[in-house]
Design a protein around this ligand. Structure first.
Ligand code: NG1
Ligand code: ZN
Length: 540
């Protein structure tokens, strides 16, 4: 057991170390993706996140807290940081304000005062030893920022466990493993090797004896997904999972997320330039920290088709429902989406399975999915996973009648990363379903046809002037904007449009969909113009 820490902060050390990480004249906010901005602004923020992570661990009786340094799909010049709570979930929202408070403290003295306030407000016992595990993606700014994090941890007397170069979901996995080892909820071995072995064993169970599919081509966004996938493919037989790994250049400056990756493919609705799509072959793209995945293919006319998070949710939910039924179990499967889910997917899903819509942000999706025995959640952009409640897990584990369906269901619980969306693990799940169904991408896609849609950014002076309700589907302020949107939508066949402030970028997003491409484009242009006008008035 680690020795107890001193009962008070070492203010001299913290002030001194803090002076080595001066705060720029910027206001920071811990948003849906933690702190995320230009990497050259983040040194002080990450130093302070080290302090906060230590306090969070102390508050939770010494449970291991995670810190991930990444800016996901953002350009390479950006970086970011987010905290991971003990079961591998996002930082509890009640602590987001503390993170913002520490990041914005104006001086070393103000930082100490903010720390003391948090210690008091959250009733933290400083003598509890803390443990923090931290990792980072492939951005060139990571080593320097990780150093700042280590300075923060050291100045509050916490050593920390360096996980090194990891995908975001691997870091979440490690956190959960550390906190559950030796308990009946043990999640796995707390090493990357343990992660790869767990997924490989589960996938081998699911794939063995099946007729193999042609190789899957993966675009790793030139990010951390590339080394992770290579490490994984070295522990699984190529006969079981034939892969073609592309966009795996993690050393060329500027390559990360540039004209590739899940965000590029989803936003542009096209394959990365230079990719020749062989008709009906499977392609997928990860994002820069490998927590998102989208699939795509071309038909025999060469037309591009996207199989995004909504399509993955439908595929996976249907498969799990069938396994549950075949195994003779009664476990409800529910699906959670956001307003960005294509209207056609919502219509398809609501006819089959309970479906909930929640605001953007993984914490909302995750939380809502927890209310189902088996909760499938996916954002349209490809971030998602499946959660099995403790009761569902024990029902599956203790079911008296063995069957292939039960064994497969058990393996599905192992192949899926239940802490957070995980491109590698989601890929294995999709491949499993396709293998079992004997489907190619065309059969998968046949469930429904996406409504044409458009997602645009509007740069406004103050995005905080925009507020929403009804899971972000209605804009409340600026006043009058919603009425304007509705007037246009009302005239549009299968029209749906909404306006919301981004939680990760300084902009407002406008989404529109309609029966035809022309209508969707027209509607988004109108809504966007309307949003701009209203914003101008609100800001004047
Ligand atoms: P914001 O910037 O709040 O729209 C984006 C994504 C979210 C989620 C977060 C976290 C869209 C439209 N929004 O949020 O789905 O992934 O980033 O990374 O894709
Ligand atoms: Zn990501």
């Amino acid at each position: 057991m680690a020795a107890a820490s001193p009962a008070t902060l070492n203010e001299v050390v913290i002030k001194h170390r803090s002076s080595l990480h001066p705060r720029p004249d910027v206001t920071f906010a811990y948003g849906t993706a933690g702190f995320r901005t230009s990497a050259d602004l983040l040194d002080s923020v990450i130093f302070r996140v080290g302090l906060l992570a230590a306090l969070r661990s102390k508050k939770l009786g010494g449970k291991v807290i995670g810190v991930m340094v990444t800016a996901s799909h953002n350009p390479e010049k950006d970086n970011g940081v987010k905290l991971v709570d003990p079961m591998g979930e996002m930082l509890h929202s009640s602590w987001e304000a503390y993170a913002t408070q520490l990041a914005n403290a104006l001086s070393a003295e103000a930082l100490i005062a903010a720390l003391q306030q948090i210690i008091l407000a959250a009733e933290i016992d400083l003598t509890v030893p803390a443990t923090v595990v931290y990792g980072h993606d492939t951005r060139p700014s990571c080593p320097g920022l990780v150093k700042a994090l280590e300075d923060g941890l050291e100045s509050i007397g916490v050593k920390g466990i360096a996980a090194g170069l990891v995908t975001t979901p691997q870091l979440h996995y490690l956190v959960r493993c550390y906190n559950t080892q030796g308990t009946k909820e043990a999640y796995g071995e707390a090493t990357l090797e343990g992660y790869y072995q767990k997924l490989a064993a589960a996938y081998t169970t699911l794939a063995k004896g099946r007729h193999l599919l042609p190789a899957l081509t993966i675009d790793c966004a030139n990010g951390v997904g590339a080394p992770a996938l290579k490490a994984f493919s070295s522990v699984i037989s190529h006969d079981i999972l034939p892969l073609i790994i592309t966009r795996d250049d993690t050393t060329t400056r500027g390559a990360l997320n540039s004209e590739c990756g899940a965000d590029y493919v989803k936003t542009k609705q096209q394959a990365p330039p230079g990719t020749t799509l062989v008709p009906y072959q499977r392609y997928c793209s990860y994002d820069g920290d490998a927590d998102r995945i989208v699939y795509y293919y071309a038909d025999d006319k060469g037309v591009f088709h996207l199989l995004d998070g909504d399509k993955i949710a439908g595929l996976v939910a249907g498969f799990i429902m069938d396994l549950v039924k075949e195994a003779g179990l009664e476990l409800e499967v529910g699906v959670v989406q956001t307003a960005y889910a294509n209207g056609a997917s919502t219509e398809y899903l609501t006819n089959k399975v309970p479906t909930t819509c929640v605001p953007t942000g993984v914490k909302h999706l995750h939380h809502a999915a927890e209310s189902y025995p088996i909760g499938v959640y996916f954002e349209a952009n490809g971030h998602g996973t499946v959660l099995f409640s403790p009761t569902a897990l024990s029902t599956i584990a203790s079911h008296p009648t063995p069957s292939p369906a039960l064994a497969n269901l058990q393996a599905v619980t192992e192949v899926i990363n239940q802490t957070v969306g995980d491109a590698l693990s989601d890929m294995l799940l999709v491949e499993t379903v396709l293998l079992h169904r004997k489907w190619g991408p065309g059969e998968w896609d046949a469930a429904y046809t996406d409504l044409p849609n458009r997602l645009v950014k509007v740069f406004v002076k103050d995005r905080y002037a925009f507020s929403t309700e009804d899971a972000e589907r209605k804009v409340v302020t600026p006043e009058g904007l919603q009425a304007g949107v509705e007037a246009i939508v009302g005239k549009t066949e299968k029209g749906r449009s909404f306006v919301r402030p981004s939680g990760t970028e300084d902009c407002v997003r406008v989404y529109a969909e309609a029966a035809t491409r022309e209508l969707a484009d027209g509607e988004s242009t109108f809504s966007r113009r309307r949003a701009l006008n209203e914003a101008k008035q609100a800001n004047d």
